[in-house]
Design a binder for this molecule. Sequence first.
Ligand SMILES: Cc1cc2nc3c(=O)[nH]c(=O)nc-3n(C[C@H](O)[C@H](O)[C@H](O)COP(=O)(O)O)c2cc1C
Length: 168
Amino acid sequence: MDFYDVIRKRRSIRSYKPDQIEEDKLNRILNAAMLAPSAANRQPVYFVVVKNDETKRRLKDAYSQKWFYTAPIIICACALPDGAWKRGDGKPYVDVDVTIAMDHLILAAFNEGLGTCWIAAFKSKIVKEVLCIPDNVEPLILTPVGYPEEIPEPTYRKPLTEMIREIE
Ligand SMILES: Cc1cc2nc3c(=O)[nH]c(=O)nc-3n(C[C@H](O)[C@H](O)[C@H](O)COP(=O)(O)O)c2cc1C
């Protein structure tokens, strides 16, 4: 797909078909995430890929929306703060690194005909327990991955003029 079409047409998908995802597609979207840039190239990111129904059932205590579990796969993007780059004044960039990798994954998924939805409103402690994520690793974003059942209308965006300030 044309690059700008990918950006323009991606939507947050909140309803999925039960169809399984081909392994080669899954590998391509994970590879897209792996190719993302990161501060000082530290790559302080990893992904937990959940396919197992029992694990998905247990995740319902962390994020209860029913539509989320209609997707065949759930991916959890995790941050590795210890290995990440920090600016001289101490500001950590680990969340930026994880977010870029996740955005690569989400756009690549759309390019493969797959739907996703960024999810931050989950209970982190329960996700850590269910996915056996170690203490020094933080689950940052979840997404379901699957074939969309319904494609929603585009959501509102501010006009570009409100987002840009030019300095002469
Ligand atoms: C960092 C982040 C966190 C989000 N968390 C949630 C969430 O917890 N639940 C949800 O339904 N959508 C969540 N979203 C999806 C946004 O609501 C959605 O991206 C926004 O409304 C724009 O719609 P669009 O993605 O279809 O363009 C999140 C998006 C981002 C980028």
